[in-house]
Design a protein around this ligand. Structure first.
Ligand SMILES: Cc1cc2nc3c(=O)[nH]c(=O)nc-3n(C[C@H](O)[C@H](O)[C@H](O)COP(=O)(O)OP(=O)(O)OC[C@H]3O[C@@H](n4cnc5c(N)ncnc54)[C@H](O)[C@@H]3O)c2cc1C
Length: 512
């Protein structure tokens, strides 16, 4: 059977490696990180706690959906259960800052699952805006339904939104829908809200989960927002045993089939000849001959490994997102209430993701508790943990890092304190007196740990400009090189599996 070398153990790499290994191919995964697999989904171990540095929840993992069928196909459905998040409030949004001289309002809003239910709940909070909210949700649901119907029947995904939309515009849909679709591809989320007459406060709730895109409302593509929001409202889930268990289960599938997953193998060169990649060479001098090479690195980083590449790319890497890992001594009841829920806090004005000042207190936090979901710590621990994410600034953090270890340490200490103060004031009163441990994982750390382009969170930006560029074209692609990264395809765990599924069907003619 043919030999496949997979560079990188992110979701795109591991999902493809598991599928091909199970189909009998000789698969070798080469991961640069010495300690962790999973890429953005790596789970850092701090003391007796684990923190996923990326994914907190997934969609498309119900029975019969792509993720669910993927687990079935690999035979790990029962050992890797994905539980539904809380139907009546899978996201809880806190808007406003209770600091002295802060906003005049403070909102605590639980988002029910399902776009229609979300719209109804929003109308109860803003009855004077009922008409505008109906107008917006009717449009969002209509656009989402058309895309979903199209994605179900066709081999496309969100990275090809523009091409898809163009195709849909020529297809058999009503002219009213063509107008709606046509508009959304050129619109930002801000313009979408403007058009529908949504008030500034209701926007904070509608884009309360904006951190999952790492884009400001003014930049974020309306169509990508609608498809992304619709996807997770269609059924958000989390892995009962955590993302570290999910990734190790994939490694188990690969190894049981005779393949291998190596850590500490940084690929520094891809040797090519006759228009094909023949071998991957690592820093330690080892090399791996291949018939197919799957790259889980962004296109720019992949082509940098090919000696004579003249490829150039114009895509923009996603903005960075930093993390603060927190351990709470003896636990906290208000943290345990987070089971099956994500919390979001924002101060109440549009969040800046392009170049936020990370030396100032963050304006937005995305808050998760691995222990509340039952997989963050050793069973005997009474402590609780929080993984808190904030908008990062790669250039600024790099500049601080270059000032030396003391400057970098004091930047991190101050940031962790600012985050804990915000949590104490607005989300978990009393938490600041209970902190056993806190650690910032900055954009510089992320770059060092997984070598991501500018430490980008989602691969590629999801701005209007970026979506309008369409898919990334590789002009001189060696014929046996396939890119399975989020940057070349779409962000997210479900999308990584979808990318692997398309490649699997393409090369083996098998499907699941
Ligand atoms: C804060 C945050 C929250 C997120 N939340 C969610 C969520 O809730 N749900 C969801 O579905 N998605 C979420 N995502 C997105 C999701 O995590 C990513 O889209 C996805 O994990 C990217 O996978 P990838 O296949 O592109 O590989 P990556 O994760 O980018 O992995 C690439 C791997 O390649 C390795 N590598 C790099 N260079 C080399 C080399 N030269 N040699 C060998 N190995 C190399 C790296 O070490 C890394 O392990 C989140 C991301 C972030 C950052």
């Amino acid at each position: 059977m043919a030999r496949i070398v997979v560079v990188g153990s992110g979701i795109g790499g591991m999902a493809s490696a598991a599928l091909f290994a199970r189909a009998g191919y000789r698969v070798t995964v080469l991961e640069a990180n010495e300690d962790y697999i999973g890429g953005h989904g790596r789970c850092l171990r701090v003391g007796n706690m684990r923190f996923s540095m990326g994914p907190q929840y997934v969609w498309e993992f119900g029975d019969g959906e792509t993720g669910g069928r993927f687990l079935e196909y690999l035979g790990i459905h029962d050992v890797c259960p994905f539980l539904p998040m809380e139907e009546d409030g899978f996201e809880r949004l806190f808007v406003g800052d209770r600091k002295k001289g802060g906003n005049w309002y403070f909102i605590d809003f639980s988002v029910p699952m399902g776009l229609a239910r979300f719209g109804e709940s929003l109308k109860r909070m803003f009855p004077e805006e009922a008409e505008a909210i109906d107008f917006l949700f009717n449009d969002m649901i209509a656009v989402y339904d058309v895309y979903k119907a199209f994605f179900r029947k066709n081999a496309v995904n969100e990275s090809r939104l523009l091409n898809t939309t163009r195709f849909l515009l020529t297809g058999k849909i009503s002219s009213a829908m063509k107008v709606r679709l046509g508009r959304t591809i050129y619109m930002s989320v801000k313009e979408l809200f403007d058009r529908h007459g949504i008030s500034p406060v209701a926007r904070r709730i509608l884009y309360g989960h904006g951190g999952i895109f790492a884009e400001s409302e003014s930049d974020m593509s309306a169509v990508a927002y609608i498809v992304g929001t619709g996807n997770y409202h269609a059924g958000a889930r989390y892995p009962q045993k955590g993302f570290h268990h999910f990734f190790s289960s994939l490694a188990g599938v690969i190894e049981e089939a005779g393949g291998s997953v190596h850590r500490g193998k940084r690929v520094i060169r891809l040797e090519t000849g006759g228009g094909r990649v023949s071998r991957a060479v690592c820093t330690d001098g080892s090399s791996y001959t291949c018939d197919f090479l799957f790259s889980d690195l962004s296109p720019r980083l992949t082509y940098a490994l090919i000696d004579d590449s003249e490829e150039s790319f114009d895509y923009a890497p996603s903005h960075a997102v930093g993390a603060c890992c927190i351990v709470i001594a003896g636990g906290l009841a208000s943290v345990r209430e987070m089971r099956g829920k994500n919390y979001w806090w924002q101060d109440g004005v549009e969040i800046e993701y392009r170049a936020p000042d990370v030396t100032r207190p963050p304006r937005m936090l995305f808050i998760n508790s691995p222990t509340a979901n039952g997989f963050g710590g050793e069973p005997e621990t009474a402590d609780d943990s929080l993984a808190v994410f904030f908008p990062g600034n790669y250039s600024q953090e790099l500049a601080v890092h270059r000032q030396g270890p003391d400057a970098f340490f004091s930047f991190k200490t101050q940031l962790a304190k600012q985050i804990i103060d915000i949590l104490d004031r607005n989300v978990f009163p009393g938490i600041s007196g209970r902190i056993a441990f806190s650690e910032i994982v900055s954009a510089v750390d992320t770059e060092a740990q997984i070598l991501a382009e500018r430490a980008g969170a989602y691969g590629r930006r999801l701005s209007v400009d970026e979506i309008l560029k369409g898919g990334i074209r590789e002009k001189r692609r060696p014929e046996n090189l396939h890119n399975v990264s989020a940057a070349a395809n779409s962000p997210g765990v479900a999308a990584g599996i979808y990318t692997a599924k398309l490649l699997f069907a393409d090369l083996t003619k098998k499907n699941f």
